[in-house]
Write a protein that binds this ligand. Structure first.
Ligand SMILES: [Zn+2]
Length: 333
């Protein structure tokens, strides 16, 4: 099909992509002024809509951050202030039993207690473990480019970046405010002043060994991915006031209406896994310590679990808030 360029034609209101016959290399587009304006308005609308979606997401992130700070203010004193009367030796004893029973050493599991004097040493060890992990990754995965010099540079860069984030985490442990298990490194740390937290981390290591790297990552990553995608679907989706709704429209409406529940359900595997780690620790502790010590550790673990539940509730509420804020911003459209 061809049109006479320059002649008034009935297709004026359409963007016209005509190949001039005989010349397949040159394309001519005829766009009227009105069409240009319409196109640019549409573009502006899309950009504005994109910005409101982003704003909604930022509202969600900020609300989550504030909610997180409030809950941690409430929970931290319950979790960290009152000491538990259990010695480092006793905890180490129980931890070793858990490790032996579940053959964690065979898989390279390591743990450490952090005090004011050894934090740098532990940080170096964790960073070194990360370096070995990356080296192995580059050696074993032939898909990665085989350029030793370039790879060494990449590994160095990644290790330096890792040291920065790890430094912050180790500092929190050093100050007795955190304990963690790094799955890919199979490494757990707890403060020397609150050593019983290591048993919960060993509990994570057992789950990790049972599930393997892909299983454990799925357990941790999938909830986060589903949460973020649910939030984005709800942010992008516009509810329409029409009689006949398509299946896609109905699904979008449903996700948007129930985004809080979706986020809660999506994140609940994390709560289950946290509960399981504590359950494993308490099971090993039960026969090794006296009842009052066992009860006070159980109480701390319950508070820790509650902090995760509170975190998930905050995320669900923040998602609702972000979507509400974005819808308010687009109401003028
Ligand atoms: Zn945990």
């Amino acid at each position: 099909m061809s049109l006479n360029i320059g002649q008034p034609n009935p297709y004026n209101n359409f963007i016209n992509k005509n190949l001039i016959s005989g010349n397949s290399d040159s394309k001519t587009e005829i766009i009227s002024e009105d069409e240009k304006k319409e196109k640019s308005n549409l573009h502006d609308k899309k950009v504005n809509y994109g910005l409101t979606v982003l704003a909604g997401y930022l509202f969600y992130k900020e609300a989550k951050k504030i909610g997180g700070r409030i809950t941690s203010k409430i929970i931290s004193p319950l979790l960290f202030k009152k000491p538990v009367d259990i010695s480092l030796e006793k905890v180490t004893d129980v931890a070793e039993k858990m490790i032996e029973k579940n053959k964690l050493r065979e898989k390279g599991f390591k743990y450490n207690f952090i005090s004011l004097s050894n934090s740098q040493q532990v940080e170096d060890d964790v960073v070194q473990t990360y370096r070995s992990f990356l080296n192995k990754l580059y050696e074993n995965f032939k898909i990665l480019p085989n350029n030793p010099e370039k790879n060494a540079k990449k590994i160095n860069k990644a290790v330096n970046k890792f040291r920065l984030t790890m430094g912050v985490n180790i500092l929190a442990v050093k100050n007795g405010k955190n304990a963690f298990f790094a799955p890919l490194l199979n490494y757990a740390v707890a403060p020397k002043t609150k050593p019983f937290f290591i048993l919960h981390e060993v509990g994570h290591a057992i789950t990790y060994k049972k599930l393997g790297i892909p299983g454990f990552l799925c357990l941790r990553m999938l909830p986060l991915l589903t949460t973020v995608s649910t939030i984005f679907i709800s942010l992008i989706h516009k509810k329409k006031d029409v009689e006949e709704k398509s299946f896609l429209q109905k699904t979008g409406d449903f996700i948007k209406d129930h985004v809080g529940s979706f986020v809660f359900a999506g994140l609940s595997p994390i709560i289950i896994e946290e509960g399981l780690a504590s359950k494993r620790a308490l099971k090993s502790l039960k026969d090794s310590v006296e009842k009052p010590v066992f009860n006070s550790i159980r109480k701390k673990y319950r508070v820790a679990l509650f902090s995760y539940i509170a975190g998930v509730l905050v995320a669900a509420g923040a998602a609702k808030f972000g979507i509400y804020a974005k819808d308010k911003l687009t109401q003028a459209d």
